[in-house]
Design a protein around this ligand. Structure first.
Ligand SMILES: Cc1cc2nc3c(=O)[nH]c(=O)nc-3n(C[C@H](O)[C@H](O)[C@H](O)COP(=O)(O)OP(=O)(O)OC[C@H]3O[C@@H](n4cnc5c(N)ncnc54)[C@H](O)[C@@H]3O)c2cc1C
Length: 535
């Protein structure tokens, strides 16, 4: 089936609707470029919904001397927090200290230390962690986030869930981010600034025709094919970046991507306070335990090489058991596989810097333009959720060498939809929303304000009782919210809503999710047939 040809070329065609593709599309549209973005599945369906969900500097990267990356990420935390105080919030991290903590043998810091202090035998000393945290506190121009402090674990709420052998901890700041909502909101902002966002649209092939790219797309639902033209291509395919280079656009490139799988498990809530734990292992790795979705605890992650991007990453039994055993070296009350209610897994598309272990491979991003033989293409390797906005700015710098930009960098501090309120104003906004809609209980109001910020009231509209919000799908999910997600945030199937735009999948039964899917499919089909009739 052929859908047709978009003969008028756009300036930029972006392949991939993860955080990097959507961040670049937003920045480019805001600088006056015409932009089309194609995502072959749902937005954030790959790595960008499977992260640990932290805007963080990455304390452990300091051991690899990745100072540029850490500094940029630390500086970004507060810039991003201010632009999205609904989907991002400050968190405190408790790092219990014990003398058995060891480095990964690969880290440059461990190599230096074992030369000058061989008696340490790979141990990670407390003074070194304190030094790292001092750098962490000072490198990033922190204004909102509180500083590092030392904490006793004896008789404190932070010590209560841990084994007695832990007596002392360091506590420092980073931020939480709802990763998949971040992607959808960037896509919305890009569209509001003129971009076209196509989801469930695969880029099957792209070839150079002189100064233009001819891009062939395939609608993954209807099978319809279409041709687009663009002056420049951005390959933000995440784990598929290498495959796109070699198969989809046929570039003679030697750049490599290293795919490193990371898995998380979700358990019932393991402790009562709202801080996270940063656990160091005896293998040099670290994991987090994080309060999650009010009633749960998130534990992760692993690092395992992953060969094929098309092979859906899943948390293997071995990874689950590794995370359980790791956490059990800290928690007083041991957890078991029976406590795991959900798991997820994602693939980090890291630039292949030749590091020997998956843990050691660089987390920094690399942008490469290929303009030999016609229209240019920008390939995006690596990156973190935390640095997506800075990555987009660097991408625009490179794009600007080929296309005229109407203005310079503009995204710092510009709020995403729903986020135009002060960082300290979240609780007041929840109270305001509840006062305007007294039928919402505290948990429901909080959930809506966390997800939609000041737009929560646009979803609730003139409702005066829960029944006014239409069909109830369970766990406070209503027709009004699902309709909003379908019409404004590109949701198409139940899983887009219950595992990405929200995490209500943790609370809904399989039957409830199936009923939601049937309802969404019916609504989508009815909309399609109305559009066909109007043509
Ligand atoms: C386990 C784990 C934990 C992490 N934790 C953190 C963290 O706490 N903080 C942090 O800052 N970073 C974290 N990261 C890193 C961060 O998640 C990634 O760097 C980021 O999500 C990568 O985004 P992306 O847009 O490059 O890739 P993706 O999100 O994978 O997006 C690429 C998209 O391209 C699409 N695509 C591919 N081929 C085609 C095609 N031919 N046509 C159309 N579409 C196509 C895919 O469907 C996909 O949606 C973590 C990563 C992992 C794996």
């Amino acid at each position: 089936m052929t859908q047709g040809t978009q003969t008028k070329p756009v300036d930029l065609f972006v392949i991939g609707g993860g955080i990097n593709g959507c961040g670049i599309a937003r920045d480019a549209a805001g600088r006056g470029l015409s932009v089309t973005l194609a995502e072959m599945d749902d937005l954030a369906s790959a790595t960008s919904s499977a992260s640990t969900k932290l805007f963080h500097g990455g304390l452990r990267y300091l051991e690899y001397f990745e100072v540029r990356l850490v500094q940029e990420a630390l500086e970004e935390r507060e810039v991003l927090l201010k632009a999205m105080p609904h989907i991002s919030w400050p968190m405190r991290f408790v790092l219990p200290y014990h003398k058995d903590m060891r480095f990964e043998s690969e880290t440059p810091t461990s190599r230096v230390l074992s030369r000058v202090m061989p008696w340490m035998k790979g141990r990670r000393p407390a003074w070194l962690i304190r030094l790292g945290l001092f750098l962490y506190d000072t490198l990033g121009g922190r204004k909102i986030l509180p500083a590092t402090r030392t904490l006793s674990l004896k008789g404190t709420p932070e010590g209560a869930p841990l084994q007695d052998r832990f007596e002392k901890a360091f506590e420092y700041s980073d931020c939480w981010i709802e990763d998949s909502r971040l992607v959808a909101l960037n896509a919305r902002d890009a569209e509001a600034r003129g971009a076209t966002i196509l989801t469930r649209m695969q880029v099957a092939h792209a070839t150079r025709e002189g100064d233009l790219w001819r891009v062939e797309t395939k609608d993954m639902e209807s099978g319809a094919e279409a041709t687009h033209y663009a002056r420049m291509l951005v390959n933000a395919g995440g784990p598929w970046v290498g495959r796109i280079i070699h198969d989809t656009i046929d570039l003679p490139s030697t750049e490599g991507v290293r795919l490193v799988r990371g898995s998380h498990i979700v358990t019932r809530k393991l402790y009562d306070h709202d801080k996270c734990y940063f656990f160091q292992g005896e293998d040099g790795r670290i994991i987090f335990a994080i309060p999650y979705e009010r009633d749960f605890t998130l534990i992760g992650t692993t690092d395992a090489d992953h060969e094929d991007p098309s092979q859906k990453p899943v948390c293997t039994e071995a990874e689950r058991d590794y995370l359980i055993a790791f956490a059990n070296r800290y928690f007083a009350k041991a957890i078991s596989a029976a406590d795991v209610v959900w798991s997820y897994s994602g693939v980090r598309p890291l630039y292949d810097d030749g590091a020997s272990s998956a843990t050691a491979a660089t987390r920094d991003y690399t942008l490469k333009v290929n303009a030999t033989g016609g229209a240019p293409v920008l390939n995006v390797f690596g990156g973190k959720i935390t640095t997506y906005r800075r990555l987009a700015e660097s991408a625009l710098e490179k794009i600007g060498e080929h296309l005229p930009l109407a203005k310079g960098p503009w995204t710092a501090g510009v709020p995403l939809a729903g986020g135009d309120f002060p960082v300290a104003g979240f609780d007041a906004l929840v109270r305001e929303t509840q006062a305007a809609y007294p039928f919402l209980d505290g948990t429901w109001a909080r959930r809506l304000v966390r997800a939609y910020g000041i737009e929560a009231k646009d979803i609730l509209g003139p409702a005066t009782q829960a029944e006014d919000l239409g069909r109830a799908f369970g766990a406070t999910l209503t027709e009004a919210e699902v309709t909003w997600l379908m019409d404004r945030e590109y949701a198409r199937r139940a899983e887009d809503v219950v595992w990405r735009r929200s995490k209500l999948g943790l609370r809904l039964s399989a039957e409830e999710i199936a009923a939601l899917d049937a309802w969404m499919t019916g609504r989508h089909d009815r909309k399609d047939s109305r559009a066909d009739a109007a043509e």
